[in-house]
Design a protein around this ligand. Structure first.
Ligand code: DQA
Length: 151
């Protein structure tokens, strides 16, 4: 099973960016932790980060079976695009792969504009507020979603 982890804008700055909200782990250390979890689950991981909406959409498209993407599910932290990118929402709906939405912070306990996720309706579910552990939970949820579809 091959899981793609996608991180959107500003998440390359994890570790130095607003640690009160996002913690002190870097994206590299979060990804290293996910590699360890993936071994336990018998899954392989691919990682992608971009600050650009269109690049994230292109990566989502490339993941789909029709593009021989070799990806079974996706864990996505779309950053601020979560709250307003109908284009990313439509890309998720188009690719027919299970996508798990994750956030380090609790998006329901911050600014009003963060409470809305326009991608949530096309994702399997949303994990929000557990810091870097949100990604671990997201990985488990993605593996579970693939196993459920395989049955
Ligand atoms: C975030 C929450 C978003 O509101 C914010 O724009 C981010 C990070 C999170 O992981 O908590 O960039 O997705």
């Amino acid at each position: 099973m091959n899981i793609l982890i996608i991180n959107g804008p500003n998440l390359n700055l994890l570790g130095e960016r607003e640690p009160g909200y996002y913690g002190s782990d870097t994206l590299a250390s979060i990804n290293a932790g996910l590699e360890e979890e993936a071994k336990k689950l018998g899954a392989t991981l691919e990682f992608y980060q971009s600050n650009h909406e269109g690049a994230i959409i292109d990566r989502l498209h490339a993941a789909r079976k029709n593009a021989n993407g070799n990806i079974d599910a996706i864990v996505l932290n779309a950053g601020a695009y979560t709250h307003y990118s109908y284009a990313i929402r439509d890309a998720i709906a188009a690719i027919k792969l299970p996508v798990v939405e994750v956030h380090l912070s609790n998006i329901h306990a911050r600014d009003a504009f963060r409470e809305t996720s326009v991608i949530a309706p096309v994702c399997v579910g949303q994990i929000s507020g557990f810091g870097s552990y949100s990604y671990t939970l997201g990985l488990y949820a993605a593996v579970n979603a693939v196993n459920k579809t395989a049955k």
